[in-house]
Design a protein around this ligand. Sequence first.
Ligand code: NAP
Length: 303
Amino acid sequence: MTKRVVLVGHPVAHSLSGAMQQAAFDSLGIDATYELWDKTSVELADAIGELRGDEFLGANVTIPHKERVVPMVDRQTDDAHLTGAVNTITREGRRLIGHNTDVPGFRVALDRLVGKQKMPRQAVVLGAGGGARAVVYGLITEGFQRIVVFNRHLHRAEGMVKHFGRSAAHMELRAMPWHDSIIEAELAKARVLVNATSIGLTDDTSPIPAESLHGDLLVLDLIYARTRLLRDAAAAGATVADGELMLLHQGAAAFSLWTGQPAPLELMQAKLAEARAGGLRSAEGEPAGTAAADVAAAATAAD
Ligand code: NAP
């Protein structure tokens, strides 16, 4: 029987994950298909319930459902439980297990960004959705001592800070209101800036004014594209990286969870690059046109 893996999100058309995962299954001779399931919040519980069937290896969960899906699985791994977000589901019999492979994906991206320098201790995070939870958890566990989170809706950032209460007991994790002047003041003290909002995904806008960026910053945008933020930061002399490595490594970790086999990383990276060059888009990926407008709508709908 051909096994099935699905990407559940809204929308999910033109997924970059599909290109890399299907190629990975095919190259290892695994008889499985990677399908895109566009499901609204109302349809989500039924969709997740369907995954209990024998033909499913599991699923990926993306924008805007990573937090909403948590109570729909039967057990969570530590990374999923501690972040409060699930991006990968596996099946044990009829039981669904929730994982968060964004966490290891983010760690690879952060390590590459920091390079041979000493790991910094102060960070600013923009956003408080499912992706931001993996980022904040990754920073806490890397030993960051001060993390300030800015989000359009402050209450969501405050909820996230509260969620991390125990994990962050030894350090300072704060939610602050989104004001350009406050962000600039915090950036002046920070070494790492992560954009985990969808701003820049659908159009060429930056979440923050170029003037607030400085040359000592290490800037990671989770969006898989050379965003306005990254261009502004590079122009200010900062070191920058986009979401490619995180996307690749969260996908590789998910592949291994579904199949029990090491992921063909080089092939997956090549497929991502190919899909990107061919103009494919995804909720985790590079935006453009109508599909990107839908992604923006979905991100906003997650409010
Ligand atoms: P999500 O849970 O839907 O959260 C979206 C975030 O973006 C929230 O913080 C939201 O703020 C903010 N936002 C959306 N539109 C905004 C606007 N117009 N103005 C200000 N803030 C806005 O989505 P997610 O899963 O965290 O994903 C967020 C981003 O990270 C996406 O661009 C996604 O592509 C990227 N991502 C990439 C990877 C990767 O592997 N590279 C992995 C995960 C996520 P509010 O709470 O105020 O609405």
